[in-house]
Design a protein around this ligand. Structure first.
Ligand SMILES: Nc1ncnc2c1ncn2[C@@H]1O[C@H](COP(=O)(O)OP(=O)(O)OP(=O)(O)O)[C@@H](O)[C@H]1O
Length: 270
């Protein structure tokens, strides 16, 4: 589905991504992880065709994104950018319906199919009750759910998500990723998500691509990648990795250098 061949990006004279090559298969979910500034969003923009690499190629189904016509590309690839939707004055339903633009004629019309897809996207993201509210009056988390419903209304084959759980409380983080995962399974959707929460990444992603120092530090299933030595090398954070008691998925616990607050209070009072 996706193939990076010698993909490299230099911005303002700084090499952000060195030549990297990898392949991602159709219907799987991938997490891109790495420290701040590692080039995760840059890589996502290169995969989507929003930016051109300085060297190499990002291929979608064997063709560079630039070889697709705009609407044809939009039927295949949807991108949820960092920060989601801006505070626009459209209603929630109108904003989600905009996701249907690749299927509309020049008058903005399409066959009845579109209405059903929009209904489902609104329902899946828990937005049915908010559908007549204006987007600029919503909270950051509500807007993020509208942004995801809009990209899903686009019915893409490849969904690129840049930190989709930003602004969401833990309940909605899980709801959003559960929904994406169900879509992935039902529709053979390929998902590539930049995720900062490594525990969520380990739970939801089939494979994790770790960016560090301009290159790929590791690429593989969470059980191989989520290891304390790799996490310390890449993020400079000490951790303990334990299997989740119910799922067995590797989960990280942070090991800060300062002892817990409660312990410090007890020491001070004794
Ligand atoms: N237009 C630009 N001009 C100059 N530098 C840029 C530009 N876009 C990105 N960069 C730099 O490229 C590097 C990678 O940025 P990118 O946003 O891809 O990182 P990231 O891994 O997504 O970071 P974060 O986790 O903080 O969101 C950063 O050092 C950033 O400052």
């Amino acid at each position: 589905m996706i193939e990076a061949k010698g993909l490299a990006m230099t911005i303002a004279g700084h090499s952000i991504l060195n030549e990297m090559s990898f392949a991602m298969r159709k219907g799987a979910m991938y997490g891109i992880i790495g420290p701040n500034g590692a080039g995760k969003s840059t890589l996502l923009r290169l995969l989507s065709g929003m930016e051109r690499p300085t060297a190499g190629q990002a291929l979608l189904e064997g063709k560079p994104a630039s070889a697709y016509k705009r609407k044809e590309l939009a039927k295949r690839v949807a991108v949820l950018q960092q920060g989601g939707l801006p505070a626009v004055s459209f209603t929630v339903r109108e904003a989600v319906t905009m996701g249907r633009f690749p299927y509309q004629n020049w008058l903005g019309e399409e066959a009845s199919e579109g209405g059903r897809v929009v209904e489902r996207a609104l329902r899946d993201m828990g937005l049915a009750e908010l559908q007549d509210r204006r987007v600029d009056g919503l909270s950051g988390g509500e807007r993020q759910r509208v942004a995801l419903a809009k990209v899903m209304a686009q019915e893409p084959e490849l969904l690129l998500l840049d930190e989709p759980t930003t602004y969401l409380d833990i309940g909605y983080q899980v709801q959003l990723l559960d929904t994406v995962k169900r879509w992935q399974a039902e529709r053979q959707l390929t998902v590539v998500a930049v995720l900062h929460d490594l525990n969520l990444a380990a739970h939801y992603c089939d494979e994790l691509l770790v960016l560090h120092g301009g290159g790929i530090e590791a690429f593989g299933p969470p059980s191989k990648v989520v290891q304390p030595d790799l996490i310390e090398r890449v993020f400079g954070a000490r951790t303990v990795v334990l299997p989740h008691p119910e799922t067995g998925v590797p989960q990280l616990l942070l090991l800060p250098e300062v002892p817990p607050a409660e312990e410090r209070r007890e020491e001070a009072s004794s």
